[in-house]
Design a protein around this ligand. Structure first.
Ligand code: DAH
Length: 343
């Protein structure tokens, strides 16, 4: 057979086989089959020894040209397969960043924050706004504008941290009331959560730093019935319809009349136990009708407007909500305790 025919056949076969090769390994096998030591083209080169010396150079040239073409064919196919393999790999590794995923739960919200957001939800749904005030406060707002002048005996009820004669760490969130009345015209409907400070020893029910939520409503014709209705709704929202709310007469310089509010004890449900000191009730907040003197000092006409205010102890209502008996648990950051509140 003529060398050219032979080469044409080898080329033809290679093309056919390349067309149905789709793996790099198979391609390497093909390369060996044609160009390897025992390959078909190599066999042709060997066959040249039988040609006459005149024929050899020409044949060599033809075979070499053919080798170059075949090599190019194989190389092209190799490039094509490598590209395909790369594309397949990228495809397989592709991450769909729009795919929604489960967010792994890390940590847990603090029980006081859980309760705080419930309380704020409750009041904002009744039309209250949430405002905050400074923790380092002027004596003016913390006491004087709330009808507690200097040397007034009511100051003894709260063991206040004084920074100097006129500056205190606020002992209650009530100063936000005075600030709001001075800066806003009625109607006013606000709740003010925040930290407060008193020189108390740490025990199961006391801490020098604790939390309150102040509430204030000022409008025309606000009565004690509005106060009772609002706090009743709050108690039922937090503790369920079965909770009982008791208003007990009390005294605060900034309200007149004043009351303290008790809720049914979480532990004995009213029967009387160690937690509620046998009374069946737990005190959770102080409240009252805003003292007209306070309204006047804060620039609100008490002949036109009236209002009510309340101050909720956040630790108290959290303990009541979850049956926690020792306040210190709320501050220690013990994971065994905190993990129980994972939602
Ligand atoms: N500020 C009071 C306290 O810390 C709580 C309180 C009582 C707040 C009656 C009020 C209120 O707004 O009307 O003991």
């Amino acid at each position: 057979m003529d060398i050219r025919e032979n080469l044409a056949q080898i080329g033809e076969e290679l093309r056919k086989e390349l067309a149905c090769t789709d793996a790099l390994q198979a391609l390497e096998a093909l390369r060996v089959k044609v160009l390897g030591k025992k390959g078909s083209l190599t066999a042709l080169l060997r066959g040249m020894s039988q040609l006459s010396p005149e024929e050899r150079p020409k044949a060599g040239q033809i075979i070499n040209e053919a080798r170059e073409k075949l090599t190019a064919l194989l190389d092209d196919k190799q490039k094509e397969l490598a590209l395909k393999a790369k594309e397949a790999r990228l495809q397989a590794e592709a991450i769909d960043v729009t795919e929604p995923r489960d967010v792994p739960a890390i940590g847990a919200e603090h029980p006081m924050n859980l309760v705080l957001s419930e309380v704020l939800d409750c009041f904002t749904s009744m039309g209250f706004s949430v405002v905050e005030g400074p923790e380092i406060e002027l004596d003016l707002y913390n006491f004087e504008l709330l009808n507690v002048p200097k040397n007034h005996p009511a100051r003894d009820a709260q063991d206040t941290f004084y920074i100097d004669d006129n500056v205190v760490l606020r002992s209650q969130t009530s100063p936000v009331q005075a600030r709001t009345m001075l800066s806003h015209k009625p109607p006013i409907r606000i709740v003010c959560p925040g930290r407060v400070f008193r020189a108390d020893e740490v025990d199961a029910t006391h801490s020098p730093v604790f939390h309150q939520i102040e509430g204030l409503v000022i409008d025309r014709d606000v009565t004690m019935a509005d106060l009772k209705g609002t706090l009743d709704a709050f108690a039922k929202r937090l503790y369920g319809q079965d909770i009982e709310v008791r208003f007990r007469p009390s005294f605060f310089p900034f309200t007149e009349p004043s009351a303290e509010v008790d809720l049914t004890c979480f532990n004995c449900h009213g029967k009387g136990c160690r937690v509620c000191k046998g009374t069946g009730w737990i005190e959770v907040l102080g409240c009252g009708m805003v003292n007209p003197k306070v309204l006047e000092m804060c620039g609100i006409d008490s002949s036109v407007y009236s209002g009510f205010a309340f101050g909720i102890g956040v630790e108290r209502i959290t303990m009541l909500r979850y049956g926690i008996r020792d306040m210190r648990l709320l501050y220690e950051g013990d994971m065994r305790f905190l993990k129980q509140f994972r939602r």
